[in-house]
Design a protein around this ligand. Sequence first.
Ligand SMILES: CC(C)(COP(=O)(O)OP(=O)(O)OC[C@H]1O[C@@H](n2cnc3c(N)ncnc32)[C@H](O)[C@@H]1OP(=O)(O)O)[C@@H](O)C(=O)NCCC(=O)NCCS
Length: 182
Amino acid sequence: MKNAGTQSINTKRLFLRRITIDDAQAMFNNWACNAEVTKYMRWKAHRDIETTKFVINLWLKEYDSNDVYRWGIVYKENGELIGAIDVVSPDKVTQSAQIGYCLSKMYWNKGIMTESLKEVINYLFSKTDIKKTESWHHIDNQASGKVMLKSGMQFKEIKKDGDKDNNGNLCTIAVYELLKAL
Ligand SMILES: CC(C)(COP(=O)(O)OP(=O)(O)OC[C@H]1O[C@@H](n2cnc3c(N)ncnc32)[C@H](O)[C@@H]1OP(=O)(O)O)[C@@H](O)C(=O)NCCC(=O)NCCS
C-alpha cells in the first residue's frame, strides 16, 4: 500500500507539521494538562510535563515509519501549537484509516478542527492508497460529531460498548465514515 508519512500541510489558518520534543511545553499547557479537553479521549490529562515528554519521545520513534500520520496543529496567526490530529491505526488490509484529534479549549468553536480534518482526509486520499476514513466519538461528545459531519463524513452507526473511556469503562460511540470518490 502506498503511504506518505507525516509531511507538512498548509491550510488557510493552520500549519500542520510533525511534533518535536521542543513542543512539550506547548502541548502540555495547551491541551494535554486539561481534564476538560481529555474528557472524551482514551487517555487522561497529563499530571506533569515529564509525561508529555515521554509521550512525544514515543511518537518521535514512530515517525521513522511512513505509515505514521501525526500532525501538530499550529495557529499561523500567533505561531502557537494548539492541538494534534492523527491516524489512530491505518489498516493496509481494508485500506482504511481512523482519525483522532484534540484541540486547546481556548480555540474551540472557531472551525479549526474542521479545517484540519478536511485537509488530513484530502491528504490521505490524494497521497496514499487509503480509500476509507473513519472516526468515532463518545456518544455525549456532540461537538466532535459536528466536526466529522462538517468535514464531509457520513454518520454510519451507533455502537454500544464500542470503545473504552479513559476510566476504562465501556462506552457507546457514534461512528462516521467517508469513502474516497473513485
Ligand atoms: C471536538 C473538538 C475537536 C472540536 O474542535 P473545534 O475546532 O472546536 O470544532 P469546530 O469549531 O470545527 O466545530 C465544532 C462544532 O460543534 C458545535 N458544538 C460545540 N459544542 C457543542 C455541544 N456541546 N453540543 C453540540 N454542538 C456543539 C459548534 O457549534 C460547531 O458547530 P457549528 O460550526 O455548526 O457551529 C474540540 O472541542 C476538542 O478538542 N475537544 C476535546 C478533545 C476531543 O473531544 N476530541 C475528539 C475525540 S472523538
